[in-house]
Ligand binder design. Structure first.
Ligand SMILES: NS(=O)(=O)c1c(F)c(F)c(S(=O)(=O)CCO)c(N[C@H]2CCCc3ccccc32)c1F
Ligand SMILES: [Zn+2]
Length: 263
């Protein structure tokens, strides 16, 4: 596909030239405002299976030029939705060392330091994520807001390898670890709405779950994430730092944002 970036002439305001869905409806992320919310008592706690991966398993940690990503085994899945949604990968969006705020979703216009997305696809209906990515019931993404505070031991399980993926398309194998430890304690409190991929091709194929409670990382851990990576490849003469890789909030239009909890 066409090159796209988060700033400059290929930035988000130009995505729709080559990726028409990016200019369409049901786009993500959004600013989750209290006045938009409707409490829905039928929203059950999120249940995840096989998230506690053995260190004997190897995961691929990579820099795809847009984000830091970790590939995930399809035995990991969400079991509390209408269909089984199997994990494909997780990745992060973050700000910069000078402007910490870098989450995609906002809550009452508060932007968090970063945001983690665990991308799953409907494995009841589709053989792999490539078939599911443009289907209305294709994807379910768990969104976790990240703020700077206490040190996070789970983050260290991949951060310690980050200097091996400084440049675009670099990958390293890392031992499996408990991915559940990257989620907040309470999986029963979350926002829910129908949205899209937040990067091109922006397909409106995502059932979004954004947890109410943020996780924390230390200032040092945040700086490592925000300053270690480049979107340019090791061969490129010009190095381009990879930071502020977040899309701005999109129009909610007539969408309802549900909450599994009462304010
Ligand atoms: N915010 S977001 O919408 O969740 C989101 C991203 F922001 C993001 F950068 C990625 S990417 O890292 O793959 C780079 C650009 O596609 C994805 N990839 C998903 C959807 C595209 C196809 C695919 C194939 C295999 C695994 C994951 C994915 C993404 F879903
Ligand atoms: Zn994402």
């Amino acid at each position: 596909g066409y090159k796209w970036t988060y700033s400059g002439p290929e930035g988000e305001h130009h995505w729709s030239k080559h990726y028409p869905y990016c200019g369409g409806s049901f786009q993500s992320p959004i600013d989750i405002k209290s006045e938009l919310l409707r409490f829905d008592p039928t929203l059950r706690p999120i249940e995840v299976q096989n998230y506690n991966l053995s260190p004997d398993e190897q995961l691929t940690l990579g820099n795809n030029g847009h984000a830091l990503q970790i590939s995930l085994p399809s035995k990991m899945h969400i079991s509390s939705l209408q269909h089984r949604y199997s994990a494909a990968q997780l990745h992060f969006h973050w700000g910069s060392s000078s402007r910490i705020a870098g989450s995609e979703h906002m809550v009452n216009s508060k932007q968090y330091a970063a945001e983690m997305h665990v991308v799953h696809y409907n494995s009841d209906k589709y053989p792999n994520i490539s078939y599911a990515v443009d289907k209305s019931d294709g994807l379910a993404v768990l969104g976790v807001l990240v703020e700077v505070g206490e040190f996070n031991p789970a983050f260290e399980q991949f951060l310690r390898f980050i200097n091996g993926i400084k440049y675009r398309n670099q990958k390293v194998q890392v031992p499996g670890f408990n991915i559940r430890a990257l989620l907040p304690d309470r999986l029963d409190e979350y926002y829910r709405y129908d949205g899209s991929l937040t990067t091109p091709p922006c397909y409106p194929s995502v059932l979004w779950t954004v947890f109410r409670n943020a996780i924390t990382v230390s200032q040092k851990q945040f700086n490592a994430l925000a300053t270690a990576l480049y979107s340019s490849s090791a061969q490129d003469s010009a190095t381009i730092p990879l930071h502020s890789n977040y899309r701005k909030p999109q129009l909610v239009d007539s969408r309802i944002v549900l909450a599994s909890f009462k304010e």
